[in-house]
Design a protein around this ligand. Structure first.
Ligand SMILES: [Zn+2]
Length: 410
């Protein structure tokens, strides 16, 4: 492997599923399968033992000195959101492979086996489950329930993974069930914090918990010209107050983000007083009580609006995912690795979900972030500077060594 291997590999992956606006590689499509084939080729070229599980996760194993030891897993995902970028997920998979090769090139013997992993279907862009492969691997979801999921086009995952077009790779042995010693994931930040701070590396403190809601406010519709202002029960005015209350509560809470990304006004006539307003709310924080604070603020604002504006409000929680703190000892090991490189890193929470959330439920886990140019991600224009990509791979390789040592005889 040469120093630019990570850049070259990401360029190779970026060709797969590429179109004018970005990259489409949804789980178990021909494009996503081609990316898995490329990973398999890298593994074979590197002399790593390749295995695959029934959910489509791929593992490339570098042997350790102790054959009985559980492996350190190092990975991310190869699938993308629709019209996604070349770095989200792909960087952590190609980076894991490059890190194993760096260890080889430097003649480093680890106690534990280390496996580069390509997790299947992290984005949930075809089958309705995010972190699909890592959920199945960690037992958060039963394999049979995962395989029974249907895509929006009606295809069952079980059938998609059996098809020649997007299915499991032939001639790859099944992975045995075994313990996981530790998990590391390298990822682009997908936000602006590292770039703004002029810091090349981030060590993730926790992956934010997330709750999603649907909020509905009902009022009374009427003629825009004939109903006097003081006689209206306008749900849109009420919604405006609720939206602003949510925004200020998230600001006051700190380390919390709240987003209203979808907003519907019914019936939607320019000369009709609205009858009903429906909007989404997405609240995330590494601290669960902060998410609760925003939820309570939204409830209070709805109650106030009901009293003062004679409207009817309701709020439904559609999804609640707790925060996933990263392991203290693992974070310390990653910091030691980065300090040893004479590089700087800051602690940073992750507002986005990652496979590490699932892995953190069964093993000590840590994540390393590199800067995203302009903080942009989930778009075709997603970029990270070559030097940052290479530094991240170095940090990952150094972190694997530190983690191997920190795990001791485990
Ligand atoms: Zn990702």
């Amino acid at each position: 492997m040469n120093e630019k291997a990570i850049v070259a590999r990401l360029a190779q992956l970026a060709e797969i599923g590429k179109h004018a606006g970005g990259i489409d590689r949804a789980l178990a499509t021909p494009q996503e399968r081609r990316a898995r084939e490329l990973f398999a080729k890298w593994a074979r070229d590197g002399g790593y033992a390749l295995t695959q599980d029934a959910a489509g996760n791929l593992f490339a194993r570098r042997a350790g000195a102790r054959t009985d030891a559980a492996p350190i897993l190092v990975g991310s995902h190869l699938d993308t959101v629709p019209t996604g970028g070349a770095y989200d997920g792909a960087y952590g998979v190609a980076g894991a492979m490059c890190a194993l090769e760096l260890l080889d090139r430097r003649g480093i013997t680890l106690q534990h086996p280390a496996e580069a992993v390509a997790w299947a279907g992290e984005e949930g862009s075809r089958f309705p489950l995010g972190c699909l492969g890592s959920s199945a691997f960690t037992g958060l979801w039963r394999l049979e329930d995962v395989l029974a999921l249907s895509a929006s086009d009606g295809v069952m995952l079980r059938d998609a993974l059996n098809s020649a077009a997007g299915g499991l790779l032939p001639d790859v042995p099944a992975r045995d069930a075994q313990r996981t010693a530790a998990y590391l994931e390298l990822h682009v930040e997908q936000g602006p914090v590292l770039e703004r701070g002029g810091v090349p590396l981030g060590v993730v403190t926790a992956i934010a918990g997330q709750r999603r809601y649907s909020i509905t406010i009902e009022g009374e519709s009427g003629h825009a010209g004939t109903v006097p202002m003081q006689l209206r029960n306008d749900p849109l005015g009420a919604a405006a107050e609720v939206v602003l209350a949510i925004e200020s509560s998230a600001r006051d809470a700190g380390e919390t983000v709240a987003t209203i990304g979808r907003f519907t006004v019914e019936p939607g006539g320019t000369n009709v007083i609205p009858a009903r307003v429906i909007f989404s709310l997405d609240v995330r924080s590494p601290l669960d009580d902060r998410v609760s604070m925003v939820e309570e603020a939204a409830h209070r604002a709805l109650e106030t609006a009901q009293r003062q504006r004679r409207v009817q409000g309701s709020m439904e929680c559609l999804e609640a995912r707790p925060p996933a703190p990263m392991d203290e000892r693992m974070r310390a090991a990653v910091h030691r690795a980065i300090t040893g490189m004479n590089e700087r890193a800051i602690d940073i929470p992750s507002g986005a979900g990652h496979d590490a959330m699932c892995l953190a439920r069964i093993a000590p886990a840590a994540m390393i972030f590199v800067p995203s140019i302009g903080g942009r991600s989930h778009v075709g224009a997603e970029r990270t500077a070559d030097a940052d990509l290479e530094r991240g791979v170095e940090a990952l390789a150094a972190a694997i060594i530190e983690v191997d040592a920190a795990l001791g005889e485990n």
